[in-house]
Design a protein around this ligand. Structure first.
Ligand SMILES: C[S@@+](CC[C@H](N)C(=O)[O-])C[C@H]1O[C@@H](n2cnc3c(N)ncnc32)[C@H](O)[C@@H]1O
Length: 347
């Protein structure tokens, strides 16, 4: 006889990761080029400007100095002094302290493979080659549409690098290139291509299949809100895509670093197979059998009231959130405290 199902306790799940993941940097960080036009954004046309009516000036009326060519430079990856490289963009330089921290464990290791989606002139890729994937057995794969004259700088920079024979270039939209399984598996993947939410989501989903267990996925510009403080609509920004991706893959994802960029590690979902199963602390809850099971699949004895609490707990991760958000009234109840103590639940 199927057991009568206990009522689910009411829960409110806030949208998106924002609340869970904390504040990000402001919009003053330089925005990325927006796809094919990035390398050749035209000077703003005065005719497109309109009287302000107290509103901020339209984006098109602002000087696009971000994309202005400074002329080819001969510099180092860090932009310090003379060197063999030509860079016009400095985006990666701001991220170096974070990357040094999150990649410290893998620095110098052999046989690592790195994939970068959206390389522009190769600055972040070459920083990785010079500072993390330094062993001769490592490989770096670059994917970009290369729809502008920045491709010439990329080619020049790769040729000028000591790592040139470890770097492979793929020209084309990432949605096409990432479908090529012959790319192999990667230990680190950096998503910094198109910045529209639909493309970032596609890049994340396609990249995930290419990421080794324990590998790192890095999203750029999670905290980007628009150009020079003028907000862009969410579908033009990476944030929504990152939130949605993390929500859908939350049992395979461990947060490593959340700030202006988001860094996650690929972990194994304890639920195998994953349908009708939710990890709850060190246990798994099976929604078909209404059973709580240990890692070894043995079943935990529960009363119907216990089961209601476990189901509430299993439902309590907000969309995009990593942590359970148990409603305060449940968390404060004697029944909940007794149950979590008896099960030694680690939430
Ligand atoms: C912000 S830049 C990358 C900067 C680079 N990661 C760095 O930090 O030095 C974004 C790059 O993504 C590329 N891109 C835009 N849409 C793309 C797509 N659909 N597929 C592949 N690359 C794309 C652009 O051509 C541009 O070179």
């Amino acid at each position: 006889m199927p057991r009568e199902r206990p009522c689910l306790l009411p829960l409110a799940a806030p949208l998106y990761l924002a609340a869970m993941l904390g504040a990000c940097d402001s919009a003053e960080v330089a925005p990325p080029p927006a796809g094919p036009v990035a390398d050749g954004v035209a000077a703003p046309d005065a005719k497109t400007s309109s009287p302000s009516m107290g509103m901020p000036p339209p984006v098109a009326a602002q000087k696009m100095e971000h994309f202005a060519k400074e002329g080819p430079m001969q510099t180092t990856v860090l932009g310090e002094g003379d060197g063999p490289f030509r860079f016009t963009a400095t985006w990666h330089l701001k991220q170096i302290p974070t990357w040094q921290r999150i990649l410290a464990d893998v620095k110098g290791k052999p046989k690592l493979r790195y994939l970068e989606v959206g390389v522009y002139e190769g600055r972040s890729l070459l920083w990785v080659a010079e500072n993390v994937l330094t062993d001769a057995s490592t490989e770096l794969v670059a994917v970009d549409i290369f729809a502008g004259d920045y491709e010439a700088n990329f080619d020049h920079n790769i040729a000028a690098s000591d790592a040139h024979d470890r770097i492979t270039k793929h020209k084309g939209p990432s949605a096409d290139v990432l479908r090529d399984k012959s790319l192999g598996m990667f230990d680190i993947i950096y998503i910094d291509g198109s910045h529209t939410a639909d493309d970032v989501l596609a890049d994340a989903v396609l990249s995930w299949r290419l990421l080794s267990p324990g590998g790192l996925l890095i999203f750029d510009d999670y905290g980007w809100t628009g150009r020079k403080g003028i907000p862009l609509p969410p579908e033009l920004l990476p944030r929504m895509a990152v939130d949605l991706f993390l929500a859908a893959y939350r049992y395979e994802v461990e947060a490593v670093d959340v700030g202006y960029q988001v860094v996650v590690r690929r972990v194994e979902n304890p639920c195998q197979p994953k349908d009708y199963c939710t990890p709850v602390g060190q246990y798994k809850y099976y929604w078909r059998e209404y059973e709580l099971r240990r890692a070894d699949e043995s079943v935990v004895e529960l009363t119907d009231a216990d089961r209601g609490l476990i189901e509430a707990l299993a439902q309590s991760r907000p969309i995009g959130g990593f942590e359970h958000q148990v409603p305060p009234n449940i968390r404060a109840s004697a029944e909940f405290k007794a149950l979590t103590k008896r099960l030694e639940l680690t939430l």
